[in-house]
Design a protein around this ligand. Structure first.
Ligand code: ADP
Ligand code: MG
Length: 871
């Protein structure tokens, strides 16, 4: 018996999925796997768990339906928001029957029936409980997004279902033949529901390797209000400027209704939010004049013109054919260092401004070739040796880097004529804009503000990244402004170079985005690109590629091997990864000594698989443990381990100093804003100087990881962390997440110690380590040999990413600061790579370094750099 709040009963009745309850439940009873498709907002995420709950799943009412209802989401934002919503709808308190779990945060009661979680969490659970015995139903939500974790889960669940079915049949036979079974140990069949906003899912699930019976697909018909799609006549480069103009013109001229605008990243969201808030404020300040002006000028002709403009209706049809879109300005391309890409629960929401200083004349200085030698004693030194050898093979002769622009030139064909007739009456808004940002790295409480009521007379504007594409339904959206762009992290398997690129979205995404406008009434979607551009499949592909095709799969391979799947290529991937990325993953894992030469898991590999992070990071931690255990003479073992844990966390995130540059503003071509731009540039410069200064305070000239660890330590000790971040130009949420990961890792070391003698810690408890890390360096700063040991550990994790300096450029910048862009030769690829001046080792520019990631912006820059000493 469920008692929902009155308000909920009312709104629920209007959801299209409610009519389908019986059909959906029958499909679930009759099949092991059911696919459920329906437009965003139709009620999948919030209602299907409730149908199941009311049918007795997740409760102890029925033996064959006992076990929780688990719902996974690719994004954390959606987990918290929907868990809250569902508990509210059921009239229950969050954390009891309805719970949630994301990394570092959970509210799960002992009587939990419905559990919302990220797909990463379920993937970890499946490693220790392959049959997922605690669940009777697993719902994989947003399966159309094809996140790496969801894809792997689909493959695994296809096997789990079979095993559970067999076990269940055996059990029923035993019962029939009169054998008694402990009711505690009965097992139910596992039901799987794959939910998706598009029908695309049907195609890849029909892959016979996955399920031998093709699962039925139910489509929820959605009473979607018509959305009029308006293409732009031209495709402008300056999509942010266009978005701004469009929002302001909608606000001024069109009837009430929220505006949802899609841009590519946090930096753009913040920029646009600020600009809109400023404009709204100015408009309010000027209001009295404006009202008057409008009253004088209310001729019907003017009305019509304004409305037409606002709706983008072509009246004069001047065919301007000179439109092209030229290359993206490379200066503005964003880069984000070291994201926890192989990390199980990633929020891929990165961008940082990493410009460099090659514009001015450099003073060139040839460096002598340093003598090649090898690190002594370091674990993994054989790999290092190979790395050094590789450098000597390829170094020399490589001087310049070809900075090719990714220019896309498109000829504009006939402008798109908007078919819709504008029927709205004249409307002039004088209200304020209620501007809210929405992106993954925004604190949860701020994310949830999009669901709250806004003051009367104000217009909601949500400036969002992809987060708002399908997982969240924001109430009251009538207008969607779609830049057509998204930020994608691309990874080159051959070179190991990652890059963030602003790309056109897929047609499927474009249609998801426009659909957001028609939930509460007829809506409008403004696409800031031309119909001709949209029509080209090279620009706007039908669907986006699944994540597994785009990122390194070393973490996945390690996990599958750990679960006993030795021939990873045989795993039933919905879409298999590229061959070369599998080869690359095995090579990497072998270099890390997680796999032996036959591809079998080593004891190191088994230990590494225990940690929910990239194999490289766990290799680093385990190496430190091993060295400390073998080597006496380190009096401060707990202190060193504490530092190593902090450094591993630091390397799992993007540089929190660089993140601060997010607030710098992208280029704006609008001449009206020239002056403002100058101010902004000044501000930005000041900000950068501040960042440099702040970083210097924590700087460890031998390692970025140690520099950030030091900042993390002081962050955790500070009385006012918010203020600490503000003063020191650190990104607050990154620091918070880093601190949480640090604590989690520390806990895991002691948890796993119990199972594995080889890597168990016997110098103290986790409290001792914590205590030592927090306070020891206060008393005595890190010794040189301690630092070296930590660097050896880092070397073991990134031993195949060594680079040798080939020459250094230096010059005096305008503010008299010595700036250098230093050339390096990597052991891994045949190209010159660069040390970024923001790195804390840039001052010294050591002969040899290891880097945790290569990011290509203008050039390939190393990130997460640590100097290594050949002796
Ligand atoms: P779907 O998963 O099919 O996209 P949802 O179940 O998320 O749809 O949403 C169904 C309806 O419930 C939507 O119309 C939305 O407005 C409303 N809703 C969902 N989450 C919330 C929330 N956290 N607060 C208020 N309303 C919500
Ligand atoms: Mg949903």
């Amino acid at each position: 018996p469920v008692s929902r709040p009155h308000e909920v009963e009312k709104t629920r009745r209007d959801l299209p999925i409610i009519m389908m309850e019986q059909e959906i439940m029958e499909a679930i009873y009759e099949n092991s796997v059911v696919i459920l498709c329906g437009e965003t907002g139709c009620g999948k995420t919030t209602q299907v768990p409730q149908f199941l709950y009311e049918a007795g799943f997740g409760t102890s009412d029925r033996a064959d339906r006992k076990g929780m209802i688990g719902i996974t989401q690719p994004r954390r934002v959606a987990v918290l928001a929907t868990a809250r919503r569902v508990s509210y709808e059921l009239g229950l308190k969050l954390g009891k029957e309805v719970g949630f779990q994301v990394r570092h945060d959970k509210m799960i009661g002992s009587k939990c029936s419905i559990k919302f979680m990220t797909d990463g969490i379920l993937l970890r659970e499946i490693q220790s409980d392959f049959l997922l015995k605690r669940y009777s139903v697993i719902i994989l939500d947003e399966a159309h997004e094809r996140s790496l974790n969801t894809d792997i889960l689909i493959g695994m669940l296809s096997r789990v279902i079979k095993t559970r079915k067999n076990l269940y049949t055996e059990q029923q036979e035993k019962i029939r033949s009169g054998l008694s079974i402990d009711p505690e140990n009965t097992i139910s069949q596992l039901k799987v529901v794959l939910m998706s906003a598009t029908l695309q899912l049907k195609d890849f699930i029909s892959n016979r390797r996955l399920f031998n019976v093709i699962p039925p697909a139910i489509k929820v018909p959605v009473r979607q209000f018509p959305v009029t799609v308006h293409f732009s006549k031209r495709t402008h480069d300056d999509y942010l400027g266009q978005a701004y103009k469009k929002i302001m013109s909608i606000h001024k001229k069109l009837p009430p209704g929220g505006i949802l605008v899609f841009v590519t990243g946090q930096r753009e969201v913040d920029y646009l939010c600020k600009k809109l808030q400023r404009a709204s404020k100015q408009q309010i300040d000027k209001k009295p004049e404006k009202v008057e002006g409008n009253e004088n000028d209310s001729s019907p002709a003017a009305d019509e013109k304004e409305i037409s403009e606002a709706y983008d209706i072509d009246r004069n049809e001047s065919e301007n054919q000179d439109d092209m879109f030229s290359s993206f300005d490379e200066d503005e391309s964003n880069a984000g260092p070291n994201v926890d890409s192989s990390d199980i629960e990633t929020e891929s929401e990165i961008d940082t401004d990493c410009e460099d200083d090659d514009s001015a004349a450099y003073e060139t200085k040839e460096e002598d070739e340093p003598e090649l030698a090898f690190l002594k004693g370091a674990d993994g030194s054989s790999v290092l040796k190979a790395s050094f050898k590789a450098i000597s093979r390829v170094s020399g002769g490589l001087e310049s880097v070809d900075i090719s622009s990714n220019a896309t030139v498109l000829e504009e064909s006939s402008p798109f004529h908007c078919a819709s007739k504008c029927t709205e009456t004249r409307f002039v808004s004088q209200g304020k804009l209620h501007v809210l940002p929405l992106y993954a790295m925004l604190p949860a409480s701020k994310q949830l503000r999009v669901f709250q009521d806004i003051p009367d007379g104000e217009r909601l504007v949500v400036v969002a990244t992809n987060v708002a594409e399908t997982s969240l339904t924001i109430p009251g959206i009538k207008y969607v402004v779609d830049t057509g762009k998204q930020k994608v992290k691309n990874y080159n398997h051959a070179t190991g170079t990652a890059s963030y690129e602003i790309q056109w979205i897929s047609k499927a995404s474009a249609s998801q985005r426009s659909g957001r406008a028609g939930r509460t009434g007829p809506g409008h979607c403004y696409r800031l690109y031309s119909a001709a551009a949209y029509g080209k499949d090279e620009l706007f592909p039908e669907f986006s590629e699944p994540e597994i095709k785009k990122i390194p799969v070393d973490g996945v391979v390690l996990m599958l091997k750990f679960m006993g799947i030795n021939k990873v290529a045989n795993f039933p991937f919905p879409t298999p990864p590229n061959k070369e990325s599998l080869v690359e993953a095995e090579r990497c894992l072998e270099a890390l000594e997680a796999l032996d030469s036959q591809g079998g898991l080593t004891s190191m590999g088994k230990a590494m698989a225990q940690y929910p992070m990239s194999p490289r990071h766990s290799r680093f931690l385990l190496t430190i443990i091993k060295i400390l255990k073998n080597q006496r003479g380190f009096s401060r073992s707990n202190f060193i381990l504490g530092y190593a844990v902090a450094a591993a966390s630091a390397l799992s995130f993007m540089n929190p100093f660089l993140m601060q540059n997010e607030f710098s503003e992208p280029k704006d071509d609008n001449p009206d804003l020239e002056n403002k731009d100058k101010q902004d540039r000044k501000r930005q410069k000041k900000l950068k100087a501040m960042v440099r200064e702040a970083q210097a305070k924590f700087s460890n000239p031998s390692s970025d990881a140690l520099t950030i660890s030091c900042a993390l330590q002081l962050f955790e000790l500070s009385e006012n962390p918010v203020e600490f971040c503000r003063v020191n130009s650190l990104h607050l949420k990154t620091m918070e997440e880093m601190s949480k990961l640090r604590k989690q890792l520390l806990g895991l070391i002691f948890h796993h110690s119990k199972f594995c003698e080889e890597f168990s810690w016997n110098f103290g408890s986790s409290e001792d380590v914590e205590e030592a890390w927090r306070y020891e360096s206060d008393k005595k700063p890190m010794h040189l040999n301690e630092e070296e040991l930590l660097r050896q550990g880092i070397c073991a994790g990134w031993a195949d990413r060594v680079a040798k300096r080939i020459r250094a450029f230096s010059r005096l910048s305008k503010d008299d600061q010595k700036v250098r862009a230093v050339h390096y030769q990597s052991c891994a690829l045949n190209d010159t790579i660069y040390l970024h001046r923001s790195s804390s080792v840039a001052q010294i520019a050591p002969d040899f370094v290891v880097y945790s990631e290569l990011l290509h912006t203008k050039r390939s820059y190393m990130h997460g750099v640590t100097s290594v000493k050949p002796v």
